[in-house]
Write a new protein. Structure first.
Length: 298
């Protein structure tokens, strides 16, 4: 097996406890050693939460470790795929082919940190546009049709205290690593490239979250459709939930914030369906999130 050492601890980011003012609750947030703008802070907060680290920072750091290793494996997969076609490039574009080989050989592929810092985009070395975040997304998205398990990426099995990491969590973990690399870099073009990778990884993570939410909504609808004796009011309640889940995909914020926002703009056809629409929507959002954390079992 090809050994890969995950990246070291974060250089410019640190997990700190944040106690809610006037409330016994708390969460863990990432704090930057350098000043950052609000957009970067929000990106970091969303990525950190997507790994589950706001409640358990140890789990978040584990997600970063997995993301570091899986990113190397996703890039190696692209390298080997391109290497299988290198003969054609050597015939028609020999200069690009040699540049590709030199760049591959210059990287320590046994080090997760080295691969992230190299910011190596395999196909771009041969004149083809690509994205390192897209490579990671494609790598983690491959599923074996027989078992239903990831075909390539190695996700640790569930334990008594934690569920296996989802594709969304791995992409979010990579986003945190890229933001940290950007903050640590003194080279502005490289820092911008790292931030672009982070933004794309979070876009991919958001896409997966929305897709999983849609699938859960369809599964829930199918379960209720199979039950007899459903009343018209029950169908209206389900329609309200489906509308809320579909709208929530495009809204940022906590489940409570999203529920409160949606409750203010319920379509007139669904007005009066629930005595407490905000709570109904909040419960629907939490149910989807809980189902996703436990593997989305139908």
């Amino acid at each position: 097996m090809f050994p890969i050492a995950p990246g070291p601890t974060l250089e410019c980011l640190e997990a700190v406890r944040f106690d809610y003012p006037g409330s016994p609750g708390h969460e863990f947030r990432l704090q930057s050693a350098k000043p950052i703008d609000d957009e970067t802070a929000v990106l970091l907060r969303n990525a950190w939460r997507a790994t589950g680290a706001d409640k358990d920072p140890g789990r978040g750091l584990s997600a970063l470790t997995i993301a570091s290793v899986e990113f190397v494996r996703s890039q190696l997969h692209s390298v080997l795929w391109m290497a299988s076609r290198l003969k054609t490039y050597r015939e028609f574009r020999p200069g690009m082919a040699e540049q590709f080989v030199e760049r591959v050989q210059s990287i320590d592929w046994h080090s997760g940190s080295a691969v992230i810092q190299a910011n190596f985009q395999v196909l771009s070395a041969l004149g083809v546009m690509e994205s390192a975040a897209d490579n990671l997304f494609n790598w983690t998205a491959n599923v074996d049709r027989s078992s239903g398990e990831p075909a390539f990426c190695c996700r640790p099995p569930a334990t008594d205290s934690a569920q296996p990491f989802s594709q969304e969590a791995i992409l979010a973990g990579a986003a945190v690593l890229w933001v940290d690399a950007a903050l640590a870099s003194s080279d502005m073009p490289r820092a911008l490239a790292f931030m672009s990778c982070a933004a794309n990884a979070m876009w991919q993570a958001g896409f997966m979250s929305g897709w999983e939410g849609k699938e859960e909504m369809l599964r829930t609808d199918a379960r209720h459709a199979g039950k007899k004796g459903g009343t018209e009011r029950h169908r209206a309640t389900q329609e309200l939930k489906q509308w809320a889940l579909a709208e929530a995909v495009a809204i940022r914020g906590s489940d409570m914030e999203i529920a409160r926002s949606l409750a203010r703009r319920i379509p007139s056809r669904l007005d009066g369906v629930s005595a407490d629409p905000e709570r109904l929507i909040y419960d629907a959002l939490r149910a989807v999130a809980a189902n996703r954390r436990t593997g989305g079992a139908p």
